[in-house]
Design a binder for this molecule. Structure first.
Ligand code: FAD
Ligand code: NAD
Length: 405
């Protein structure tokens, strides 16, 4: 092999960290590095619920890729990946194709609507800068129109959130901060606004211990959120949603001007459609993060699934894991180029914090339970830590959250 070509597709957490780390692990003469992404910017998915509610501007969540990577070492190509031709070691793009010796797939997640009727057409999903911006503008438009449109109905001001996992609850936390601002801005009586969360399970935030989840639920209820637990969204229509309580025969209609679906995610469809061996659409990576059916391909982040031990549950799709996988993928590519043994993935679980707007949160960090303002501060520390790893102090100062404390 001549100078190996390393191709990274997708500039999310996994792809960006792999790229940045590769430029540190390898010298320019060791390999050619190319990064492909459909936008010229990288965004922090973990802040998109804030951009969607409008509590931060979407530009705070994103940064130009060329400002973060070393463009002398990395060839950045802005294009959309269509498929991967693994037999010929090529990635097919909308506007061409690229060869590789080593490929890192970091194409991330897509919203999972589980085939629920009408959701694709009538509900929004928090998935990218573009979708978050549309949600913010849609909600704002509903409020701005309310006093101008003679046909406006109170239900135009109802927002339904589907699912009370971490994304749903974090979005609710932002909404309860945002709605009073919108009411003031557009002269709307806050009593007319309804926020309804519909969750199929009988509880909110299933991954957390009950005392923390109940704290979150009570906090949000105190701010006016109505939870319909043990209730499934069965259909979304232009007028709202049809829901059904577990064991009930009848469906109930909730009329709403906005429906935001946070009911689940799945991997990018591209690896499965390209013929990779997948487990529920994800590449079930080996211990060193390589695809089981292709030694030249690594998968990181939400397109990958990693089982710590046989019979155990896989790790969840999180940014925290995508970052750690990106770090190891870069290291293991270096090992392969240098003819060394690859290293196994060892996940360092630092904890999980769910924000409830700007000043509240719940979480567990290094096995310590946190709630309230201390948890909210910890969430900002976690957000800033990533910026520091990605782009050093410069990026932290430019984009960091701690200056808001
Ligand atoms: P992604 O972040 O999904 O990035 C994929 C990249 O690939 C994007 O830049 C995309 O534009 C690009 N791409 C996709 N398809 C193509 C294509 N065909 N061609 C070219 N480019 C393409 N996790 C946490 O650990 N902590 C949190 O606080 C947290 N908060 C979250 C909040 C919300 C609202 C959501 C939705 C998720 C949250 N998560 C959180 C989960 C976390 O965001 C994901 O696990 C993480 O984004 C996965 O990273 P990734 O690198 O796999 O891909
Ligand atoms: P999720 O799958 O974790 O939660 C979806 C929720 O929707 C579940 O509680 C599910 O019961 C519910 N649901 C599904 N179908 C439904 C229906 N028809 N009607 C009503 N409810 C329904 O998805 P998510 O919250 O988007 O999280 C995705 C991943 O991102 C997870 O791994 C999560 O840990 C991670 N994440 C982490 C953070 C954080 O660390 N702060 C924040 C957001 C997301």
């Amino acid at each position: 092999m001549g100078k190996p070509k390393i191709l990274i597709i997708g500039a999310g957490y996994g792809g960006m960290i792999t790229t940045v780390r590769l430029t540190k692990e390898l010298e320019a003469e060791d390999a050619d590095i190319t990064l492909v992404n459909k936008h010229n910017y990288h965004y922090q998915t973990t802040w998109l619920h804030e951009a969607a509610a409008g509590t931060i501007h979407h530009d705070r969540t994103r940064m130009l890729i060329k400002n973060v990577i070393n463009t002398k070492r990395v060839n950045f190509v802005q294009d959309s990946v269509k498929s991967i031709d693994k037999e010929n070691k090529k990635v097919i793009l909308k506007n061409g194709e690229l060869d590789y010796d080593y490929l890192v797939i970091g194409l991330g997640f897509e919203s999972n609507t589980f085939g629920i009727k009408g959701l694709e057409e009538n509900a929004f999903a928090i998935r990218s800068v573009n979708t978050a911006r549309r949600i913010r503008e849609h909600i704002e438009y509903k409020f701005a129109s309310f006093n101008n449109d003679p046909d406006a109905k109170d239900s135009d001001l109802t927002i339904v959130v589907g699912g009370a996992g971490l994304s749903g609850v974090e979005f609710l936390g932002e909404l309860v901060d945002r709605i009073p601002v919108l009411c003031k801005e557009y002269d709307i009586n806050p009593d007319k606004v309804k926020i309804v969360d519909v969750e199929g399970l009988p509880l909110v935030l299933p991954p957390f211990e009950r005392d923390l989840a109940e704290y979150a639920q009570k906090y949000l209820e105190g701010k006016g959120v109505e939870f319909k637990l043990g209730t499934f969204i069965k259909e979304a229509t232009p007028e709202g949603v049809l829901v059904q309580k577990k064991d009930a025969e009848e469906m109930e209609e909730i009329k709403a001007g906005t429906v935001v679906w946070t009911g689940g995610v799945k991997a990018s469809h591209i690896p499965a459609d390209s013929g990779f061996e997948t487990n529920r659409g994800k590449i079930q990576v080996n211990k060193d993060l390589r695809a089981p059916d292709d030694d030249h391909v690594f998968a990181v982040g939400d397109v990958a699934v990693f089982f710590p031990k046989e019979g155990e549950r896989p790790y969840p799709p999180t940014a925290q894991i995508a970052v750690q996988e990106g770090e190891l993928a870069a290291k293991n590519i270096k090992h392969l180029i240098k003819g060394e043994e690859t290293e196994p993935f060892v996940y360092k679980q630092r904890g999980t914090v769910a924000s409830l707007g700007e000043k509240q949160a719940i979480g567990v960090v290094f096995d310590k339970k946190l709630k309230g303002k201390s948890a909210a501060a910890m969430k900002k520390v976690i957000d800033d830590r990533y910026l520091l790893e990605l782009g050093g102090v410069g990026l932290l100062l430019k984009k960091g959250k701690l200056n808001l404390l």
